[in-house]
Design a protein around this ligand. Structure first.
Ligand SMILES: Nc1ncnc2c1ncn2[C@@H]1O[C@H](COP(=O)(O)OP(=O)(O)OP(=O)(O)O)[C@@H](O)[C@H]1O
Ligand SMILES: [Mg+2]
Length: 487
């Protein structure tokens, strides 16, 4: 499994990024140089050995030819006697074979001791008959053995070619030696390539791994997740320095965010008490019949605005809790469909005031899940509030539930302003309102998304500008609770 993962990682590393650059700029040239050097070395060695053998044969053939012309033929004057003498006197029989034949090739003698009944007429023999010393290399038809032969002309006293002498050597030993040399060269080449590959992989790992970690952490930082993880690459090189700087930057950002959160939290807390007092008194004053119409309207507005202010303060508190990781949920088994319906009906009354109707088909189903009832109602409230806020008077907001195998979906769809494609990815971010001019501080969706996430669910938004928005909240449903319920 580990080996498989290693190769999968290696493959993905090799096709992109730093590894690909190393492959092109280092490994490929080294591979090319090593392969080329091995090939040149093999060709050179092969040439060296065959040339050495050829030179030896040439030397012997030419010497024998001179010896024949200067001493043997002038003394015996009979080709057959001379040929037999040349063959019997030849002292390097263990190293090479000597073949002496007359010009027609019919009378031939060999140092192998066997009578040559039919001389193999190779190009070098033909050349020698014309007076030129030349060589031939090829395989024996009978054994398939590779040989090299050198033939020289034999001159009589009238300086006329009367026969040929041919030196033959097997290349079997040379071929064996060359095979060993090729193997050694290939092994050395392979060792160099393997060494380059391993040192390269080590080098890439030592760069790519920390860079990947840096990527992950900086992406977390960019998303505002400052406490998620820190870089633990402790080397003193440039990458280590970069990691330490990024850690320092994340700490600084976390500190300043903490200061901001603490400030928002403190202000929100401070505002809570006076707002509660204003709200309490405005409600008391509204009940006072002695107030004239104008004063009553004024107190009504004060009451409404304080309510808005109070909601805003609560949202800001949630946001600061969320950002400092203190937004907790306490779950109890709850009939979530009933809670959704309650919120829909409560908001339905408000929507009527804005000439918007919420369409919802009552469900007789029950769906018990472990959730924080109040927090989930807060989520439904936020989403329906957004739908009403961005709908045009006279339009409808559709609310529905959809039970699936292991989850339940709550869908709220409006046919209002919609969200532009540019704004859509950011609407869950804190204080992001896009181009909306409607009331609100831009916190609702961010907090709702976090609450749903804490429940193990998801909040998805589909929207098209000018057409409408569909928000789907998906919550996981555990089987056990449903069974408990049906029992
Ligand atoms: N149903 C919708 N139709 C059109 N735009 C929407 C809809 N829901 C959300 N938005 C856009 O997303 C932004 C963020 O919504 P969010 O609920 O977080 O903030 P808000 O409603 O402006 O303020 P808050 O909910 O904190 O009172 C809104 O300002 C609006 O631009
Ligand atoms: Mg909202």
């Amino acid at each position: 499994m580990k080996v498989k993962n290693f190769f999968i990682n290696l493959k993905s590393n090799l096709v992109s990024g730093i590894a690909a650059r190393w492959l092109i700029s280092v490994f490929a040239p080294v591979l090319a140089v090593v392969l080329l050097s091995c090939m040149i070395l093999c060709v050179f060695v092969s040439n060296f050995y065959t040339t050495t053998v050829r030179n030896k044969l040439r030397f012997e053939a030419e010497n024998t030819s001179k010896y024949f012309e200067s001493y043997v033929y002038p003394e015996y004057r009979d080709f057959t006697t001379c040929a037999q003498l040349l063959v019997s006197d030849f002292d390097k029989k263990t190293m090479m074979e000597i073949q002496v034949s007359n010009i027609s090739g019919k009378s031939a003698y060999s140092s192998t001791g066997f009578a040559v009944t039919e001389l193999s007429i190779t190009p070098d023999v033909l050349e020698a008959r014309t007076g030129t010393t030349s060589y031939w290399s090829g395989r024996l038809e009978t054994t398939g053995e590779k040989i090299i032969s050198y033939s020289a002309p034999l001159y009589n006293t009238d300086h006329v070619v009367c026969g040929t002498v041919r030196m033959i050597s097997s290349l079997k030993n040379v071929e064996e030696l060359l095979s060993t040399i090729y193997l050694i060269v290939a092994l050395v080449g392979f060792f160099i390539i393997a060494l380059t590959a391993f040192s390269g992989i080590y080098f890439i790992k030592s760069i790519v791994m920390p860079v990947r970690q840096i990527n992950r952490v900086t992406l977390d930082i960019a998303k505002g997740n400052l406490n998620a993880s820190s870089l633990n690459y402790s080397s003193s090189d440039e990458i280590g320095q970069l990691c330490r700087n990024i850690n320092m930057m994340a700490n600084e950002l976390a500190d300043s965010q903490k200061v901001k959160n603490d400030f928002i939290s403190q202000i929100s807390h401070e505002l809570r008490t006076p707002i509660t007092a204003i709200r309490g008194w405005s409600e008391t004053m509204m009940a006072d019949d002695s107030l004239n119409e104008l004063a009553k309207r004024g107190v009504g507005i004060i009451n409404e605005e304080t309510e808005r202010l109070s909601k805003m303060v609560e949202e800001m508190l949630d946001m600061s809790r969320m950002q400092s990781g203190r937004l907790n949920i306490s779950t109890t088994p709850t009939d979530i469909i009933a809670e959704f319906e309650n919120t829909v009906f409560m908001m339905g009354e408000r929507a009527k005031g804005e000439n918007i109707s919420i369409v919802y088909n009552m469900s007789d189903e029950e769906c018990i899940i472990n959730c924080d009832k109040d927090r989930m109602k807060q989520v439904f409230f936020n989403i329906i509030d957004n739908a009403i806020k961005h709908s045009n008077p006279g339009s409808e907001v559709m609310a529905s539930t959809q039970r699936e195998k292991d989850c339940i979906k709550f869908i709220i769809e409006d046919f209002g302003a919609g969200i532009s494609r540019e704004d859509l990815p950011y609407v869950k971010e804190m204080f992001y309102k896009g181009s909306s001019q409607k009331r609100g501080s831009g916190i609702g969706l961010g907090v709702s998304d976090e609450i749903v996430r804490l429940h193990g669910g998801s909040l998805d938004i589909e929207s098209e500008l000018g057409i409408g928005t569909k928000v789907t909240v998906t919550l996981p449903v555990s089987k056990e609770l449903q069974n408990d319920n049906t029992d």
